[in-house]
Ligand binder design. Structure first.
Ligand code: SF4
Length: 286
C-alpha cells in the first residue's frame, strides 16, 4: 500500500482562486523544490523567519504540532510543509488512513459538494505515484472536483496523466480536475528560468483546467507577471490569469489588496482574494 507524507489534512473554505468560498478538504503534502524566501522582502533580500523557527525547533523540539507553529510575515507562509527540520511533524499515511480521516472531517462522512485541494509544499513532486490508489479508494468515490495547487514546475508522469484521464472520463461520474498554478515571479526569490515553465503548464491543460495565479505586491511584480503571461501564451497556454495580493498576515495583505484588484481589472485579468487571511488569520489548519 502506498503512503504519502502529510503535512496537514483539514477541512475549511477554499480562500483563493477559482473555487473561492467552496467547502474543501486540504491535503497538504510534504516537500517542495523551492523556498520562496523573497516574499515580502526588499528585492534581492531573503527572509530568515522560517530558518530561525526551524533552529528553535531543532534545538529544543519547540513545537509538537502545526497549530503551535508561528505564522511568518515574510517568505513562504507554509514553510513547515517543506523545511527538513519540520519533517517530524508530518506523518507518512496510507491511502486508507487518509480516506478514513477525510470521512471523519467532512460534515456527512461522505463526499457531497466538498472539493479536494491537493496542495503543499509542491504536491506534484514524487507523490504523483501515490495519488491513484488514494483517489480510487471506495471512500473517495463521491469526490467530483480536485484542485492541484502547484508551482507549475513539475511534469506529470505518463502513468499519472493516464490515470487522471480515466478519473475524469467516466461518463456517469462527471469529474473535474483543476491545476491552480502559482508560478513564482522574481519577488519570490526563485530564478526565472527555473520557475517559469510554460511547456509543463500547457501539458496540464491536456488533462484539466489550468489557470495562473501570480502573487504580487509592487508595480515591478506586475510587470514581471505581464512578461510571464507573454511567455505562457506564446507556448499556447489558454487558461485564465489571476493576480493575488502578497500577505500571509492581515496587515500586509490589507495594504495591497485593493491595488492588486485594480491592476487585475486594468489588464482584464481576474483577482483572487486570500479569504483565509481575513476569515481565519491564515492560521495553520485553515
Ligand atoms: S512553491 Fe509554494 S510551498 Fe514551495 S516554497 Fe514556494 S510558496 Fe512555499
Amino acid at each position: 500500500m502506498s503512503k504519502i507524507k502529510i503535512a496537514e489534512l483539514f477541512y475549511s473554505i477554499q480562500g483563493e482562486g477559482r473555487y473561492m468560498g467552496v467547502p474543501s478538504v486540504f491535503l497538504r503534502t510534504f516537500g517542495c523544490n523551492f523556498k520562496c524566501a523573497g516574499f515580502g522582502m526588499p528585492r534581492g533580500e531573503m527572509s530568515h523567519e522560517a530558518t530561525d523557527i526551524a533552529g528553535a525547533h531543532t534545538m529544543i523540539k519547540a513545537f509538537e504540532k502545526y497549530e503551535e507553529l508561528p505564522l511568518v510575515s515574510t517568505g513562504c507562509d507554509s514553510y513547515a510543509s517543506w523545511h527538513p527540520d519540520f519533517k517530524d511533524l508530518s506523518p507518512m499515511l496510507t491511502s486508507e488512513a487518509i480516506a478514513d480521516r477525510i470521512a471523519e472531517i467532512i460534515p456527512f462522512g461522505e463526499w457531497r459538494d466538498e472539493h479536494l485541494v491537493i496542495t503543499g509544499g509542491e504536491p506534484l513532486l514524487g507523490w504523483q505515484r501515490a495519488y491513484p490508489e488514494l483517489l480510487d479508494h471506495p471512500k473517495m468515490a463521491g469526490l467530483k472536483e480536485i484542485t492541484f495547487e502547484t508551482n507549475g514546475t513539475q511534469k506529470l508522469t505518463t502513468e499519472f496523466k493516464n490515470f487522471l484521464g480515466t478519473w475524469t472520463g467516466l461518463p456517469k461520474h462527471k469529474r473535474e480536475i483543476t491545476f491552480s498554478v502559482s508560478a513564482k515571479l522574481p519577488a519570490s526569490g526563485e530564478k526565472w528560468e527555473e520557475a517559469i515553465c510554460p511547456e509543463i503548464v500547457c501539458e496540464y491543460e491536456e488533462v484539466g483546467t489550468a489557470y495562473l495565479k501570480f502573487v504580487v505586491a509592487t508595480e515591478e511584480d506586475i510587470k514581471d507577471a505581464e512578461r510571464a503571461v507573454e511567455e505562457f501564451k506564446t507556448a499556447g497556454f489558454k487558461g485564465h490569469i489571476y493576480l493575488m495580493p502578497v500577505g500571509g498576515v492581515e496587515s500586509v495583505y490589507t495594504l495591497n489588496a485593493k491595488n492588486v484588484a485594480l491592476a487585475a481589472m486594468k489588464r482584464g485579468w481576474r483577482y483572487s482574494d486570500r479569504l483565509q487571511v481575513p476569515l481565519f488569520k491564515n492560521e495553520w489548519g485553515t
